[in-house]
Design a protein around this ligand. Structure first.
Ligand SMILES: Nc1ncnc2c1ncn2[C@@H]1O[C@H](COP(=O)(O)OP(=O)(O)O)[C@@H](O)[C@H]1O
Ligand SMILES: [Mg+2]
Length: 265
């Protein structure tokens, strides 16, 4: 079953800047779906169109719809979206730097009854033992990797049904990315949380995702099962850095190039 359908969504910022140009994607319940693309492609905007967070940025869904669990949610306030089970972990680990690890976790549980708090914290510590060691520490002094763990742990406190992760690998060393991604996979399978994972790190994301979409310039340019994309020569060349040329080209240029080649050849 599809838990989320984004259908032909257009997003405009400040009434003038068109950023999403008819974007469509679907997220299967219980799986991990990756949304890949370069900087500026519109990945964060897509997540905000789902979570309702465009509102605070003078952005608006001007066409299309976002359907979650059969309900059209693109006019909903962000608080309502959270209460219905969608939680977005923002890019850049927006934790509360002056609060301790445990206080940060408590903040994630604001939509839940207090009685669930203790069990929730223990559950987070099972996934992230390092957070338990640092439970009394002020979050702002932790390493980037630990802050990312805290951001994900805090989202678990809300018991989401759909977790939106915005570039959890950003700025982290490869070993740490591997560690955090394997925990994301565990959370997905053990908690039954559906994940929409936004990444520039295509290799890491395709390693744990079931399905993936690649976007450029506000549109999806390719989609498929992760294993098929990993084996696709264009994906290998342009997103996995396995090509020969130094110049970074986009899919659209490749298509033009192929068309031209066919035409001339
Ligand atoms: N609040 C905003 N106001 C105006 N333009 C924005 C805003 N946020 C993002 N944009 C523009 O939208 C485009 C896509 O941004 P974004 O969704 O952040 O891309 P990504 O997450 O893929 O890097 C960029 O050109 C960016 O400059
Ligand atoms: Mg972004």
């Amino acid at each position: 079953m599809e838990l989320l359908q984004v259908e032909n969504v257009e997003v405009v910022y400040n009434d003038v800047v068109l950023v999403l140009k008819g974007l469509s994607l679907a997220v299967e319940e219980g799986g991990i779906t990756a949304l890949l693309g370069a900087n500026g492609a519109g990945k964060s905007t897509t997540l905000k169109a789902i979570s309702g967070l465009l509102e605070g940025e003078d952005g608006e869904v001007t066409d299309g719809s976002v359907v979650y669990d059969g309900k059209t949610i693109n006019k909903w306030a962000p608080e309502k979206v959270v209460r219905e089970g969608i939680f977005q972990v923002m890019e850049g680990r927006r934790i509360f730097e002056d609060l301790t690890v445990e206080e940060n976790l408590r903040c994630g549980a604001y939509t839940r009854p207090r009685s669930e708090y203790a069990a929730g914290v223990e559950r987070v510590y099972e996934y992230f033992p390092r957070l338990k060691e640092r439970r009394k520490q002020v979050a702002g002094y932790m390493s980037g990797g630990e802050q990312q763990m805290l951001a994900i742990g805090r989202s678990l406190m809300a018991k989401p049904r759909l977790l939106l992760l915005d570039e959890p690998s950003l700025g982290l060393a490869p070993l740490l990315v591997e560690e955090i991604f394997s925990i994301i996979r565990r959370i997905n399978s053990e908690e039954g949380v559906t994940v929409l994972l936004v990444e520039q790190n295509a290799r890491a994301a395709l390693g744990i995702a079931d399905m993936a979409y690649i976007m450029e310039n506000g549109r999806i340019v390719m989609d498929g099962k992760s294993e098929d994309l990993l084996n696709n020569p264009d994906v290998q060349e342009f997103y996995l850095g396995m090509g020969h040329g130094g110049e970074k080209r986009s899919f659209r240029n490749v298509k033009h190039y192929r068309r031209r080649k066919r035409w001339l050849g």
